[in-house]
Design a protein around this ligand. Structure first.
Ligand code: CP
Length: 314
């Protein structure tokens, strides 16, 4: 693997190896007073974020620091992007300044692929990690979701997982649809027709518009954030209608099987997509997802920068 741009590119073996690697890093750090491994000493990792983030940016920074990499954070608002510098010039500048890995979040779908092309050199160029590109993909989010599901449910083979809500604008939904089906799960998207993307019939999923009808049969339900900032046109449900038809409230929790779990990538809009008490329920994995995000990002950085598995390197 040279880059991590899309979960659609991952084979079942590659995805499973990344999840196993993340668990190795978790075990290597468990019980340590000083959480510092030497594995990426001398490597320089740069996060380049053109959109807001808490979880993804922070967990990449923690992951890099726990592996002794030098981590530089570049935000569009405080860089020369504000003076009009292009994305191409910015990423080529960061590569020239010594980046071994560029972790990129950008509002344009396809930005990470484009950056991998722009920065490629004869000797390889930096590893590019897609930390969210527009409405397209967010592969490390899907990997941390898959790890969380694997830890809660065991194998994903034959498990039924509902992804609910604003699928149209969700890079999380697309990355999870591909990855979870690669890992053997049956994915059902639950959304109003106006919040489903054109071409969804090409995705490896089932589609439903009735959340109540789906809940009893699923092993997990993944709620999505409503991305109001991307709803610039079209006929979208009001906040009230969305909450009534697609919100996971206390009553709907009662329709789930006793051992079914609830995921949310965050940030959550409590009271709209997910009830206050549902988000804090022991069946909700929100903070486990965040913790797993650090280990998954350690695994991805290690695989891309070192190229082997980490057994013996810790
Ligand atoms: N889940 C996620 O990508 O969160 P952030 O936008 O806070 O990084």
């Amino acid at each position: 693997m040279r880059h991590l741009l899309s979960t659609a590119d991952l084979s079942v073996d590659e995805a499973t190896e990344l999840l196993d690697e993340a668990e190795r890093f978790e075990q290597a750090l468990t019980g340590r007073e000083v959480r510092k491994l030497p594995t990426l000493r001398g490597r320089t990792v740069m996060t380049v974020f053109y959109e807001n983030s808490t979880r993804t940016r922070v967990s990449f920074e923690v992951a890099g620091k726990w592996m002794s990499a030098d981590v530089i954070n570049v935000s569009a608002s405080s860089s020369s992007v504000g003076k009009g510098e292009s994305l191409r010039d910015t990423v080529k500048t960061l590569h020239a300044a010594g980046a071994d890995a560029l972790i990129v979040r950008h509002p344009a779908s396809g930005a990470a692929h484009q950056i991998a092309e722009w920065t490629a050199t004869e000797s390889g160029g930096p590893a590019v990690i897609n930390a969210g590109d527009g409405m397209h993909e967010h592969p490390t989010q899907a990997l941390l979701d898959a790890l969380t599901l694997r830890q809660r449910l065991g194998s994903l083979q034959g498990r039924r997982i509902a992804i609910v809500g604003d699928i149209l604008h969700s890079r999380v939904a697309r990355s999870n649809a591909h990855l979870l089906s690669t890992l053997g799960a049956e994915v059902v998207l639950v959304a109003p027709q106006t919040l489903l993307p054109v071409g969804v019939e090409q995705w490896p999923v089932l589609v439903s518009h009735d959340l109540d009808a789906e809940l009893a049969a699923v092993d997990a339900v993944m709620m999505l954030r409503v991305q109001a900032e991307r709803m610039t046109g079209g006929f979208f449900p009001s906040a009230r209608e969305y909450s009534v038809r697609f919100g996971l409230n206390e009553r709907r929790m009662g329709l789930l099987a006793d051992d079914a779990v609830v995921l949310h990538p965050g940030p959550m809009l409590r009271g709209m997509e997910i009830g206050y008490s549902v988000a804090d329920s022991p069946r909700a994995t929100v903070l486990e997802q965040v913790r797993n995000g650090v280990h998954v990002r350690m695994a991805v950085l290690f695989r891309l920068l070192v190229g082997t598995d980490s057994s013996g390197a810790q």
